[in-house]
Design a protein around this ligand. Structure first.
Ligand SMILES: Nc1ncnc2c1ncn2[C@@H]1O[C@H](COP(=O)(O)OP(=O)(O)OP(=O)(O)O)[C@@H](O)[C@H]1O
Ligand SMILES: O=P(O)(O)OC[C@H]1O[C@](O)(CO)[C@@H](O)[C@@H]1O
Ligand SMILES: [Mg+2]
Length: 479
């Protein structure tokens, strides 16, 4: 049943949405955007959540999430310090995000809801699961019947040749078992005005945008333009990054699957290296600006002698260099395994002028192959210092194999919760936000915060020290 709220009720709720500051609660909030921020309250109707009538649910006390229900960003405190005592002067404390989940009142009438789903950027395990669960969730939880898939990324919104795909649960049934994205994806093609025009022309009032850091920056622009035009459209970002380079959230979906796949490559490199005389197994893994895949695969494999990541400079020759380290390893063990993230050592590889300029369609710098370069450099070193002695470098580049696979069980469940959280948030009128796990709980985070936040490996913390204890690799600090 449609309920028209009084202006006061809606104002109160909107104010709650944006102000978490009541006694005993965190006093810094994240200014979570809501449709009521820019649309006239008189024009916004609210409705009872249809989950009340859903045969699979029995909403009881605590089922619906209230606007004052929050997730704290920081959960570890030193109670002996001022910050442990929740000092107001410490900017790290008190940052809170709205907890994800169904709200009692929703701002979209299911029969008049028209949702668009788009995937942008590179592939990641679980993309199809997120799409599937958005479709199934919208359909089964809220009774939405108009769900469209935008084809081939942002450009698909205004493509004259590829119409949006009409989606329903029957169509997407087995998609969680497929790698890639059935909707297809692309880089580049971000034309803000054409995209928002297309959103209006197609009468979409919910837009689900799945993609990485670049996609999220585009989503912020779309959200800003939607606010400028004052149109009733909810925008949500679902962060996708196989590199795990998006900040604030615990980790990105598909990351664990990618690490598992990476380990298979490391195992193969280990077998090859062990079975050769002076054998080096070299594995290049994804990670443009962050080495999370390389780090996690190294820690879980334990077969790795050295892990090189973009966050850490390294050098080849001289005391404490890679060559000296590998020389010792070959003397001790007869073999060594080297893992390198694709963004590591880019500044050491000679580039032509054209290569310095080369960008992909989204404007990202095209990287040179650090694996091939390392292989060549290692061979040069061996021929120079150990002429006539046997030596082998087996280079494995599983780049696309680790991201073009279906999600594993853990990632599939994660994708489901992520998609359903996004739907609940949009239905509740939140907009310009991202859904994602923070400290194990699903939360709504302003899109702008996520678009700006990065997630680099901290080479000063315990985890990186753990990598070094597992590998015994040098710290590459020149003395
Ligand atoms: N700053 C930006 N403003 C608007 N749109 C952007 C911006 N950066 C990238 N985009 C658009 O977002 C889409 C995806 O960007 P990109 O190819 O960089 O991938 P991504 O989302 O970062 O994913 P990943 O790097 O994980 O593959 C592209 O269509 C690109 O044009
Ligand atoms: O070759 P493509 O599809 O442009 O993507 C490669 C890039 O995409 C990612 O998988 C995600 O950004 C990176 O690890 C990699 O550099
Ligand atoms: Mg990116």
């Amino acid at each position: 049943m449609a309920l028209s709220k009084s202006k006061r009720e809606v104002e109160e709720e909107a104010s709650n949405n944006n102000n978490l500051g009541t006694a005993g609660e965190p006093n810094r909030n994240t200014n979570m955007p809501h449709l009521t921020d820019y649309l006239q309250l008189e024009n916004l109707k609210t409705y009872t959540n249809p989950l009340d009538q859903n045969r699979f649910f029995h909403p009881s006390h605590g089922f619906y999430v209230s606007p004052s229900d929050v997730i704290l960003r920081q959960i570890v405190y030193d109670l002996s310090s001022a910050c442990g005592a929740f000092s107001d002067s410490d900017p790290r404390v008190h940052v809170a995000y709205h907890r994800a989940g169904p709200r009692k009142q929703i701002f979209f009438e299911p029969k008049n809801t028209r949702a668009a789903i788009v995937t942008c950027g590179g592939l990641c395990p679980g993309l199809n699961t997120v799409i599937r669960e958005l479709v199934v969730g919208l359909w089964e939880l809220y009774g939405v019947r108009q769900i469209l898939g935008i084809q081939a990324g942002y450009r698909g919104f205004y493509s004259t040749t590829r119409n949006p795909l009409v989606l329903n649960p029957k169509m997407v049934r087995g998609w969680h078992k497929l790698g890639g994205t059935v909707l297809e994806t692309s880089r580049g093609g971000f034309d803000l005005h054409q995209i928002v025009d297309a959103i209006q022309t197609n009468a979409f009032n919910q837009v689900y945008i799945i993609g990485g850091d670049g996609t999220m920056r585009g989503a912020v622009e779309i959200f800003d333009e939607i606010q400028r035009r004052k149109i009733n459209v909810g925008v949500v970002g679902i962060p996708k990054t196989v590199d795990n380079d998006v900040g604030i959230i615990d980790r990105s979906f598909g990351f664990q699957t990618a690490v598992e796949m990476a380990q298979q490559a490391i195992s193969a490199a280990h077998v090859e290296a062990e079975s050769a005389v002076n054998g080096i197994g070299l594995v290049k893994l994804m990670g443009r600006s962050t080495g999370h895949i390389a780090l996690h695969a190294t820690l879980s494999s334990r077969d790795v002698d050295c892990c090189l990541i973009p966050e850490m400079e390294f050098y080849l020759e001289g005391k404490g260099g890679l060559v000296e380290f590998l020389d010792n390893r070959l003397k001790e063990n007869g073999h060594a395994v080297l893992v390198v993230a694709e963004g590591a050592g880019q500044n050491m590889i000679p580039r032509t002028a054209a290569q310095t300029e080369e960008r992909d369609e989204s404007g990202n710098l095209v990287f040179l192959d650090v694996g091939s370069w390392l292989k060549t450099e290692l061979k040069k070193w061996w021929a120079r210092d150990h002429p006539g002695e046997l030596f082998t470098v087996k280079y494995i580049d599983p780049t696309y194999m680790i991201r073009a696979v279906p999600a594993n069980a853990t990632d599939n469940l994660y994708c489901t919760l992520l998609a359903h959280s996004a739907i609940h948030g949009v239905m509740a009128g939140y907009t310009g936000f991202v859904s994602g796990p923070i400290n194990g709980n699903y939360a709504y985070i302003p899109l702008e915060d996520v678009a700006q936040a990065t997630n680099a490996v901290n080479t000063k913390d315990h985890k990186w020290a753990w990598v070094r204890t597992v590998t015994n690799q040098p710290d590459f600090v020149k003395s």
